[in-house]
Write a protein that binds this ligand. Structure first.
Ligand SMILES: [Zn+2]
Length: 67
């Protein structure tokens, strides 16, 4: 049967999807690249929350300066 790698879209001929060493990807490179894409996406989403947290902590410190 023909199998298409979900990452690089390369068509490969395999006996069965289970026969692929890096199911469902055609190679380890595609597997790691896809995994890295997911991790990077999570990192980008969580970063703005950190910056907002820092700015909130800065404000009360500014108000307590006259004391
Ligand atoms: Zn691939």
């Amino acid at each position: 049967m023909k199998w298409r790698c979900p990452y690089c879209r390369t068509q490969i001929e395999v006996a069965s999807p289970e026969a692929l060493p890096h199911v469902p990807f055609c190679s380890e490179r595609c597997k790691m690249a896809d995994l890295h894409g997911w991790l990077t996406d999570k990192y980008v989403v969580s970063r703005p929350v950190d910056e907002t947290d820092l700015e909130i902590e800065k404000m009360p410190d500014d108000e307590s300066t006259p004391e």
